[in-house]
Design a binder for this molecule. Structure first.
Ligand code: PTJ
Length: 256
């Protein structure tokens, strides 16, 4: 860490997350564009008041129910997700049985290995999608995200794709996979095209998902299925947008 951030600093958690991203940049885990993506996320988090709303909490539970119901769930890990919540991603994988697969938009030399090393340090015993193991491709995509593991995303029925760009989400949905995402922007293509969108900061969502996995994993399948069947993503996105809009209106009135 470059600077000592006092724990009583009003922006402590935001500054700490920036430090994680910058450290990730130096370790090759995060790509340069990851800094931009993080800034977009931070600004949208202001609209949520930097807290998890009820629709975000509900989405976390339903997403976990789907991971538990799936025959072959995969958690797709990019640089930002690894840098921000590497440990929690491993915990979620352990708690739900979902595989971890590295999948990068910017597959530059050394990055896959750097993300794998971070996940292994956090306790992962198997990390798919690295080096020659990533020997399959999704034909619908042209860029590096097309490269996938034949034991992972290629055969997955459900894929969790946090902090994602839109192309791959569309391709995965087209292939008949269920796509779950975490995205602070309810208007992003990924948020719009996914089967379930957690509109929340990944820093808050992942611990909630790990907690939900502990609570839900011994529940009857029928109960998990009912949770999943009740989910309407369009309604959830509308709730997120309404919440943000109303919050901004109240704040505007307070300024006047
Ligand atoms: O590591 P790589 O090479 O796979 O590249 C990863 C990035 C994130 C750079 C790449 O996927 C990218 O460019 O993503 P986008 O298109 O910027 O989309 C990222 C989305 O995640 C945006 O909608 C952001 O608002 C959102 N986001 C950013 N930080 C957070 C977030 N959502 C939740 N929690 C965050 N902390």
């Amino acid at each position: 860490m470059k600077i000592d951030i006092p724990t009583n600093h009003p922006r402590y958690s935001s500054l700490m997350s920036r430090e994680k991203i910058v450290e990730g940049l130096h370790n090759l885990v995060v790509t340069e564009s990851g800094l931009i993506a993080h800034g977009r996320g931070e600004s949208l988090d202001y609209f949520l008041g930097e807290t998890t709303a009820d629709f975000g909490r509900e989405a976390c539970r339903v997403a976990v129910a789907k991971l538990l119901l799936s025959n072959h769930a995969v958690i797709s890990v990019n640089g930002n997700a690894a840098a921000l919540v590497g440990q929690e991603l491993v915990a979620l994988s352990n708690a739900t049985g979902a595989s971890l697969e590295v999948n990068l938009f910017y597959r530059t030399p050394g990055r896959e290995e750097a993300v794998e090393a971070l996940l292994r340090k956090a306790g992962a015993t198997e990390v798919l999608g690295v080096g020659e193991e990533a020997s399959a491709a999704i034909d619908e995509l042209q860029h590096a995200r097309r490269i996938v593991s034949p034991r992972g995303i290629l055969i997955a029925d459900t894929v969790l794709v946090p902090l994602e760009d839109g192309d791959r989400t569309e391709a995965l949905v087209k292939l008949g996979k269920t796509v779950l995402t975490i995205d602070l922007n309810p208007l992003s293509r990924t948020a719009q095209k996914s089967n379930l969108t957690i509109v929340d900061n990944i820093l808050r969502a992942l611990p909630l998902m790990v907690e939900a996995a502990g609570e839900l994993r011994n529940r009857p399948r029928g109960e998990l299925q009912a949770l999943w069947d009740s989910w309407d993503n369009k309604k959830a996105l509308a709730r997120a947008l309404t919440y943000m809009a109303q919050r901004l209106l109240v704040l505007a009135q307070e300024q006047a």
